[in-house]
Design a binder for this molecule. Structure first.
Ligand code: ZN
Length: 246
């Protein structure tokens, strides 16, 4: 069997400074030859075109998030809060036709080998925040593969389908999940806008050889990303939250 260390990322949100820090860090761990990207490529931050270009360069296997669909004009921004809506509309204005077509062409779910990729959840790929045991159970009822990767909440966690278990547990920097026969749901956390109080970019490495998933955090140039948000004229709160990791 070909051994692979897949880099798993989500919610990059147009933050190229964070994405490039993740890619460099993942390379030191022999990961990144294959990339799973769980949606919300754009939104909130200031470099949508650059982030799309980087992911295409990498040949990342991506699914669509709510911000991608909004920027592509496929859904409205009525469900977004005011700040998210403003950033989603701004993101859409930055895109060329080719970039808009790329986002519009992303599938809502993808199965790759023994993994399922979706932004929210399988019962509601675009909108559901999978955060508790009940949502995890609903996901396991639909998940055909051993691992299901989700994003959307920006919270790094793992849930394992054991009797009485299934509650998502937060996964800190350096924590590792050994895959067993029990199915798992995994959120790698957010690259571009962490919300668990740790401002460092979050990602995971899915190792086919050792059958493990490991979570990592990497510091990046937050000040540079904040400067770009301000220069773009995006809401100040989007710059401030990067430093707080909220
Ligand atoms: Zn997001």
């Amino acid at each position: 069997m070909r051994l692979l260390r897949t880099l798993v990322i989500s919610d990059v949100h147009s933050n190229l400074d964070a994405l490039d820090a993740v890619l460099a860090d993942a390379e030191t761990r022999d990961a990144g030859g294959r990339v799973f990207c769980l949606g919300d490529i754009v939104g909130y931050n200031a470099q949508p075109r650059e982030v799309i270009a980087r992911l295409r360069e990498l040949g990342a296997i991506c699914v669509a998030g709510n911000h991608d669909l909004a920027a592509a004009g496929l859904i409205g921004v009525e469900e977004f809060n005011a700040v998210a809506a403003e950033a989603a509309l701004w993101s859409g204005e930055q895109l060329g036709d080719d970039e808009r077509a790329y986002l519009a062409g992303l599938p809502l779910t993808q199965v790759v080998d023994d993994a399922t990729l979706v932004h929210g959840s399988l019962r509601d790929p675009v909108w559901e925040y999978l955060l508790d045991r009940f949502a995890a159970e609903a996901q396991f009822a639909l998940q055909q593969t051993r691992v299901g990767f989700v994003g959307h909440s920006h919270i790094p966690f793992a849930a394992v389908d054991t009797p009485g278990g299934g509650t998502p547990r937060p996964m800190l920097d350096g924590t590792r999940l050994a895959l067993s026969r029990d199915r798992a749901i995994v959120n790698p956390g957010s690259v571009g806008q962490p919300r668990d109080g740790d401002p460092r970019a979050s990602y995971a490495v899915y190792d086919d050889g050792t059958q493990t998933i490991t979570w990592h955090r990497v510091a990046y140039d937050v000040a540079a990303a904040q400067r770009r948000v301000r220069e773009a004229g995006l809401p100040e709160v989007l710059a401030l939250r990067l430093a707080r990791g909220r």
